[in-house]
Design a protein. Structure first.
Length: 240
């Protein structure tokens, strides 16, 4: 059976504090995590959880992935920005132009995110987390479409996007030029298989699509660390 997107994982210098921040911004509840880490859960069962993993490495450079949060009205956008700032976010300059309507912020650990203006048609009907926007090639968009069996919903001018058949958050890749990778990504995907699934066969399938095993291999939590075709880390959980 195909892997499912179990979690988006943040490597964080203060996991508990970062979890409280994102719980407050998104309105998601803090939850018990099967691996005794810190996690928040979406309000329904169709989305992914967000896990916060301890890391001693400080952030270096801009992340390869960030959340785009949606807004229903201009006032809704202002309220989201104000709530984030109250919880510890800061305004940042990522080269946005004066006429662009989104707000660029960083969370307390320095991870970038945007609050998109109301009326954005590309993110219509996606939910509060409209997109996980990634630096990446067209090829990596194709890889993840096949890996998750999520259809391509955008494929134009080297830019790609995928979305689960049930809807929800889109995952997008902006195409070249892709910024050089600096160390381990602070955000990565964690995939999971249903109980009883053939884990080895799924690893072989992902490898056939272009993934490679990372040098770290399995960790104590029963996950295999892999790299996608752009060199981004992801993990595949062993079925429990």
């Amino acid at each position: 059976m195909t892997s499912q997107l179990f979690a988006i994982c943040f490597h964080a210098t203060r996991p508990e504090g970062l979890a409280r921040f994102w719980s407050g911004v998104l309105g998601w509840e803090l939850a018990d995590d099967p691996d005794h880490d810190v996690a928040i859960l979406p309000p329904d069962t169709t989305g992914f959880r967000i896990r916060f993993l301890p890391s001693r490495e400080p952030k270096a450079g801009r992340n390869r992935a960030h959340f785009d949060l949606t807004s229903t009205t201009p006032e809704d956008q202002r309220q989201t920005v104000a709530r984030a700032l109250e919880l510890g976010a800061t305004h940042i300059d990522v080269g946005q132009l004066p006429h662009e309507g989104h707000a660029a912020l960083a969370d307390p650990d320095g991870n970038e995110f945007c609050v998109i203006e109301a009326g954005n048609k590309f993110l219509a009907d996606t939910g509060f987390i409209g997109a996980l926007a990634c630096d990446g090639t067209r090829e990596v968009g194709y890889f993840w479409s096949e890996a998750l069996r999520w259809p391509l919903v955008w494929d134009r001018d080297q830019e790609t996007a995928i979305q689960a058949p049930s809807g929800g958050t889109k995952i997008t890749w902006g195409g070249p030029p892709v910024a050089p990778k600096t160390g381990t990504n602070r955000l990565h995907f964690e995939l999971a298989l249903p109980a009883g699934a053939d884990w080895a066969a799924e690893v072989d399938r992902l490898t056939s699509l272009g993934a490679t095993r990372s040098e770290t291999g399995d960790d104590d939590g029963g996950r295999l660390s892999m790299l996608d075709p752009d060199g981004n880390e992801f993990a595949v959980r062993r079925p429990r």
